[in-house]
Design a protein around this ligand. Structure first.
Ligand code: ADP
Ligand code: MG
Length: 621
């Protein structure tokens, strides 16, 4: 129910916070849209009347930030302090980045660990979440000043292939920007919604969403049935987009003018200028047949026909990806009922023509392709606000979610294509007598071996009461909320000891920790690593303590009192070290115990072997 508040100044009743905006947080451009009289509208920036806000942040020497068009200007003059393509870094660890960092003009901190990337600007380190939050804040300001009302709720879109860590990072960016993120929606789902697809209950429909943006290409095959959007497959190229078209044009002009590329690499400013001309030419050719300009003694001219030939190979690459996506979805071209065009680069007539030919049908392309995702997000927001009766939109998990079991195998708990929100539980037990800890490692993917899937995170369930192997009943619960964000809980049922743990994905940070963590992020990355190695040492030490107890019991008659006492004493100090915080101390205590017991264990083993050969059993004595 909508809240109504009374304005004390003029006594009028005012709807409070009923507006939920839709946000497309893009790699190249971002924008915000809202529902106006039942129709989604993209919000214009008052200053330049543009709806698109370049996803660029510039840090001024005084620490202040510029976002959007103003920041874009600085790409040329001050690239080290100007951050773009942040979306590529969301939820990524350094290890994920080898391919990307080279391509970025700013410094991505690389300390060769699994922790999350940070971006260095001057002496300060920023996380992709913080930087995305800057873009989201700018969008929030834009819509607030355009509508003259406070906005605090949003739906934000992400690519269909975004994993849990990337979705969580996006959600946190929203939170940091002061937005309550009611839903994370897949971009192709939003684009379909903008065209009203899936808004009526009817026969299942198969939709292809072709999205060619500034730097990325995505093709998604969606099935819509009764308001459920199922992503059957996604494919694409994270380094193929409008930027590549600009580069083709530049190369073409350098060639026909007999100019050396090196001139424009050495003189960055000139290179950037030429890039802007190329983009202008490309856009002009979307509505005209010829572009003509001169720059630096060069004839920058190109006709639509020549341009079309130039981009033909690039178009073919996207169509190859479409073929793969169809194949992965187990569908053919004739199964596709609608084709939705998304992304600024699909304004190019030859691209439209080629895609239409490929899918053998007319396209959904009447809406602005660079606004369509945000418009759809606004529609989704409207549904969430309860303004579209009877509509409930669901998404589906693109990949299976499960845990690692013995031998490095994946045990899927929530299979792919499950509707979200979703919840599933499965029981496990221990494999070692007296096992008190259980490591729960969570993976996403379809392969049998976890090594081939993507690790989302892990935690250790501690305090299982010691029992013989196979007796504990450990229930692992997977719960995915409506945004596709996963929480994993583990509890031991038999003992009644209950321990609930929220999974920390590779990205994951808890709500309370977030603000603090963002501030001293570097220190925390180190601390995380420390905690992890401490937990690992504790886990191993616990196992050693148990093994020692068993060893003492089984060899009671072989060991001298002195040996037993000394072993017990060493085990006691190991136990004491487990309660401490020093992993080196734990490892030292383990080594001491191990050094002392190894020769005794060998002797005990010899006695057992000799007894076995004589056919006697120690216990019978
Ligand atoms: P993203 O989803 O990556 O944030 P957009 O969907 O906003 O990006 O697409 C940006 C790209 O679209 C840029 O490469 C831009 O040059 C290109 N673009 C915008 N308008 C046109 C046009 N009229 N003709 C051709 N390309 C265009
Ligand atoms: Mg986009």
């Amino acid at each position: 129910m909508a809240k109504i508040s009374i304005n004390l100044k003029d006594g009028t009743a005012k709807k409070e916070d009923t507006l939920i905006v839709g946000i497309d947080l893009g790699t190249t451009n971002s924008l915000v849209a809202y529902m106006n009289d039942g129709k989604p509208v993209a919000v214009k920036n008052k200053k330049n009347q543009n709806t698109l806000v370049p996803s660029i942040i510039h840090f001024l020497p005084n620490g202040q930030k510029l976002v959007g068009n103003d920041a874009r200007e600085k790409l040329r003059t001050d690239p080290a302090n100007t951050i773009y393509s942040v979306k590529r870094l969301m939820g990524k660890s350094y290890n994920d980045l080898s391919a990307v960092s080279e391509y970025l003009g700013y410094e991505v901190l690389d300390d060769d660990t699994e922790s999350l990337v940070k971006i260095r600007v001057g002496d300060t380190f920023y996380t992709p979440v913080e930087l995305s939050a800057n873009i989201l804040s700018a969008l929030k300001n834009t819509v607030e000043s355009a509508l003259n009302q406070a906005v605090s709720k949003a739906v934000i879109t992400v690519p269909a292939y975004f994993n849990d860590a990337q979705r969580q990072a996006t959600r946190d960016a929203g939170k940091l920007a002061g937005l309550e993120v009611l839903r994370i929606v897949n971009e192709p789902t939003a684009a379909s919604l903008a065209y009203g697809l899936g808004l009526e209950e009817e026969e299942a429909k198969l939709i292809a969403v072709y999205d060619l943006g500034g730097g990325t290409f995505d093709i998604s095959i969606l099935q819509i049935h009764d308001g459920i959007f199922e992503v059957l497959s996604t494919n694409g190229d994270t380094f193929l987009g409008g930027d590549d078209i600009d580069r083709l044009l530049i190369d073409y002009w350098l060639k026909i003018n007999g100019r050396d590329q090196q001139d424009f690499i050495v003189d960055k400013k000139k290179g950037q200028e030429l890039r802007l001309i190329a983009e202008r030419a490309k856009k002009t050719l979307s509505s005209q047949l010829l572009f003509k300009e001169r720059y630096d003694g060069m004839n920058c001219q190109i006709a639509r026909e020549v341009f079309d030939q130039l981009i033909e190979p690039l178009i073919n690459r996207t169509l190859d990806k479409c073929k793969s996506a169809l194949k992965d979805a187990g569908k053919t071209i004739s199964d596709i009922q609608h084709v939705v065009m998304v992304g600024g680069s699909t304004r190019i007539p030859h691209i439209k023509e080629s895609v239409s030919n490929f899918f053998q049908q007319p396209l959904f392309d009447e809406l602005n392709p660079d606004e369509v995702v945000a418009l759809g997000a606004a529609v989704q927001a409207d549904i969430l606000a309860g303004n579209q009766k009877g509509m409930l939109l669901l998404d589906i998990t693109p990949l299976s979610l499960g845990i690692e079991t013995v031998g490095g195998l994946m045990d899927a708990i929530i299979p792919r294509n499950s509707k979200v929100p979703s919840r599933a539980a499965r029981q496990y037990t221990t494999s070692v007598d007296g096992q008190v800890n259980l490591k729960v490692a969570v993976y996403q993917g379809e392969r049998d071996q976890i090594a081939n899937n993507r690790k989302l995170g892990e935690f250790i369930l501690k305090g299982i009461p010691p029992m013989p192997a196979g007796l504990p009943k450990i229930e692992i619960i997977f719960a995915i909320d409506a945004d596709g964000i996963l929480r994993v809980t583990a509890r031991e049922l038999r003992s009644g000891v209950e321990q609930e743990i929220e999974i920390k994905s590779q990205y994951g940070i808890s709500e309370e920790d977030m603000a603090k963590m963002l501030m001293d992020s570097i220190t925390n990355a180190e601390a995380d690593l420390k905690i992890r190695s401490l937990l690992e040492a504790r886990n191993e030490a616990n196992n050693v303590v148990l093994a020692t107890q068993k060893f003492l019991e089984q060899n009671d008659q072989i060991l001298s009192d002195d040996e037993k006492n000394k072993t017990r004493a060493l085990a006691e100090s190991l136990k004491a070290s487990i309660n401490g915080e020093d992993k080196d101390l734990i490892n030292k205590a383990m080594a001491d115990l191990n050094d002392y017991t190894t020769p005794i264990a060998h002797r005990a083993m010899d006695v057992h072997v000799a007894d076995a050969m004589r056919g006697t059993n120690l216990k019978d004595k």
